[in-house]
Design a protein around this ligand. Structure first.
Ligand code: GAR
Length: 186
């Protein structure tokens, strides 16, 4: 079982997934990221995992990245804080084989521009009493694919940064296990 992780930032979820699957038959074979200075490249290096910088050219306007995944015999693609929309050539090539984590309880607080702290600020503004994580399959629209798993936390009277802390704890606890569970049914 070979996984490619796509990320755009610090990569704490990527690091946690790598750690979880160490010394198992599940291999994290590739890390791909669209930001040259993102922390996730260092995580790839520290774990001796190949990494690729994604560009408009190789990701959005050609089949280069899809070909790369196929050549590497990748079985499953994980979006761990990845902020670009997944192009339809990739969605089609990996139908029901791309999983995203979203830091809120979809279908609320999803869509374009809803990522990272913007999500937690919106949840705070809306005075929600609970927030959480949604792990879902990826289709051509932001945050619209089939929901696989959700976990909730009470966020009543929490600031946006307190909400973020609670949601991040849920991500660390549940994301690798949800991936493992999905793989067991593949
Ligand atoms: C995570 O909280 C993830 O849920 C979120 O970005 C963060 C990435 O952190 N993803 C989205 O907002 C997607 N719309 P990380 O780089 O430390 O894993």
């Amino acid at each position: 079982m070979k996984i490619a992780i796509l990320a755009s930032g610090a990569g704490s979820n990527a690091a946690n997934i790598i750690q979880h699957f160490k010394n198992t038959p599940v291999q994290i074979s590739l890390i791909a990221c669209n930001k040259a200075d993102a922390g996730v490249f260092q995580i790839a290096k520290d774990n001796q995992i190949d990494s690729i910088l994604l560009t408009k050219e190789n990701f959005k306007t050609s089949d280069q990245f899809v070909n790369e995944l196929q050549q590497r015999q990748i079985d499953l693609v994980i979006l761990a804080g990845f902020l670009w929309l997944v192009p339809s050539n990739l969605v089609k090539a990996f139908a029901d084989r791309i999983i995203n984590i979203h830091p809120a309880l979809l279908p609320k607080f999803g869509g374009k521009g809803m990522y990272g702290h913007f999500v937690h600020e919106a949840v705070h503004e809306a005075q929600e009493v609970e927030s959480g994580i949604t792990i879902h399959l990826v289709n051509e629209e932001f945050d619209k694919g089939k929901i696989l798993f959700q976990a909730k936390a009470s966020v009543e009277n929490c600031s946006a940064s307190e909400i973020e802390q609670k949601v991040r704890a849920l991500e660390i606890e549940h994301f690798p296990k949800a991936i493992e569970n999905f793989i067991s049914k593949m």
